[in-house]
Design a protein around this ligand. Structure first.
Ligand SMILES: C[S@@+](CC[C@H](N)C(=O)[O-])C[C@H]1O[C@@H](n2cnc3c(N)ncnc32)[C@H](O)[C@@H]1O
Length: 131
C-alpha cells in the first residue's frame, strides 16, 4: 500500500534531547500489554543528558528517522514537528534529512503537567522536501 499510495504528510512530536525517560513514563503500558522494553533504542534518552555527544546522537537519530520516512512520501510532502528546540538542532536535522524548514509556529504551553510557573513554549516546524 505504501508503494502505491505515498504518504502526503506527517504530524509528530519527537522526543526531546535528554529531557524525559519515556520508558519510565510509559512503564505501566509495557507492563499492561506485556511489551518488551527497548530502553537502548530510545532517542534522546534522559540518561544520556544534553551534552554535545547526546545532541549529536540525537541529530543523527532524528534525521535518520525522517530520511527513512521520506522514502515513502510524495515529492511535495508536508511534515510538521512539535519540538522544544532550545539547542537549535532542527535546521541541521532538516538538512541531513533532505528537508528544509519553511515556517515556524510558536506555541506557548500554558498548562504544563509539571504545574510550574516558568514560561515554556514549543515550536511547530513545517518542513518540506529540499531535494
Ligand atoms: C514528545 S513524545 C510524543 C508522544 C506522542 N506523539 C504523543 O503526542 O503522545 C515522544 C515519543 O517518542 C518516543 N520515542 C523515543 N524514541 C523512539 C524510538 N526510537 N522509536 C519510536 N518512538 C520513540 C517516546 O517513547 C515518546 O512516546
Amino acid at each position: 500500500m505504501l508503494k502505491k499510495q505515498k504518504i502526503r504528510g506527517i504530524f509528530s512530536s519527537p522526543p526531546y534531547v535528554g529531557q524525559i525517560d519515556y520508558h519510565e513514563q510509559h512503564a505501566y503500558a509495557y507492563d499492561l500489554f506485556g511489551f518488551d522494553r527497548k530502553d537502548k533504542l530510545e532517542i534522546g534518552p534522559l540518561y544520556k543528558g544534553q551534552g554535545k555527544e547526546a545532541r549529536n546522537s540525537y541529530v543523527k537519530a532524528i534525521s535518520k528517522v525522517l530520511s527513512n520516512a521520506r522514502k515513502f512520501m510524495v515529492d511535495d510532502f508536508d511534515v510538521f514537528l512539535v519540538a522544544n528546540d532550545k539547542w537549535n538542532l532542527y535546521p541541521q536535522i532538516a538538512k541531513l534529512a533532505g528537508m528544509k524548514i519553511v515556517k515556524q509556529f510558536k506555541r506557548p504551553v500554558l498548562n504544563r503537567t509539571e504545574r510550574d510557573k516558568s514560561p515554556y513554549s514549543e515550536i511547530i516546524f513545517h518542513l518540506k522536501n529540499s531535494l
